[in-house]
Design a protein around this ligand. Structure first.
Ligand SMILES: C[S@@+](CC[C@H](N)C(=O)[O-])C[C@H]1O[C@@H](n2cnc3c(N)ncnc32)[C@H](O)[C@@H]1O
Length: 206
């Protein structure tokens, strides 16, 4: 693994995901997590302060990047609940069927190479009645913004660790066998429009 992937990229992702506007987005979904939770792409652990410790029994933090896991160390050490690392990609979730009450997915579906397989894995490990809580950026509703997203995506993906700005998030989630419950959308303030259209809410296996 290159120096860029192991050190520079984790720092850039941590900074980009740690802004106040993004933090406000986390606060809209993460506190709803309960029971045994799988967080997919835990990154530098920025969701940890948003979990409600009275509702969470355990969090499995799935994160394939060693650099991101290293960045998360301090935040995890202060967590008021148990966090267990899973150092594999979401396409290979190493958990039994029906083992999680909640799956948390924030700003990660944009990056997972085989998103369909990953979402199928999330559905497999969710208990019947369990919930997928998501907050993701993706394809914008405005034609002119969407055109920019499509134009910029090949370059963006290369510099931003595989992140795609133009994925149609609800279509991907529904296409993998989830029924979307609550969902809200909108452009984030103080964020370039091409990367700032967000989708957040919950979904359950159909
Ligand atoms: C933009 S960061 C977001 C991190 C975190 N979810 C957050 O909200 O701050 C994207 C994360 O997805 C992780 N990732 C990349 N490929 C992945 C895969 N195949 N499965 C799971 N996570 C992956 C990256 O290592 C990175 O930590």
């Amino acid at each position: 693994m290159s120096f860029y992937e192991n050190h520079v990229l984790p720092l850039l992702l941590h900074l980009a995901c740690g802004t106040r506007v993004v933090d406000r987005q986390r606060a809209k979904v993460v506190p709803e997590a309960q029971g045994r939770v799988l967080e997919v792409g835990m990154g530098s652990g920025l969701n940890i302060p948003h979990y409600n410790p009275d509702k969470v029994e355990l969090v499995w933090g799935l994160e394939p990047s060693e650099g991101m896991r290293r960045k998360a160390r301090k935040r995890l050490a202060g967590a008021p609940f148990e966090v267990r690392w899973l150092d594999l990609p979401a396409e290979e979730i190493p958990l039994e069927d029906d083992s999680a009450d909640t799956v948390v997915l924030t700003y990660t579906l944009c990056t997972i190479p085989d998103w369909h397989r990953a979402l199928e894995q999330m559905r497999r490990v969710l208990k019947p009645g369990g919930r997928l809580l998501f907050c993701e950026h993706g394809s914008a509703p405005d034609e002119n913004v969407r055109q920019w997203q499509d134009r910029i995506n090949p370059l963006w993906r290369r510099v931003a660790g595989g992140c795609n700005v133009n994925r149609p998030i609800p279509r991907l989630i529904a296409g993998a066998g989830f029924g979307i419950g609550r969902m809200e959308t909108g452009y984030l303030p103080k964020t370039p429009k091409f990367a700032g259209f967000n989708y957040w809410g919950d979904a359950s296996p159909r």
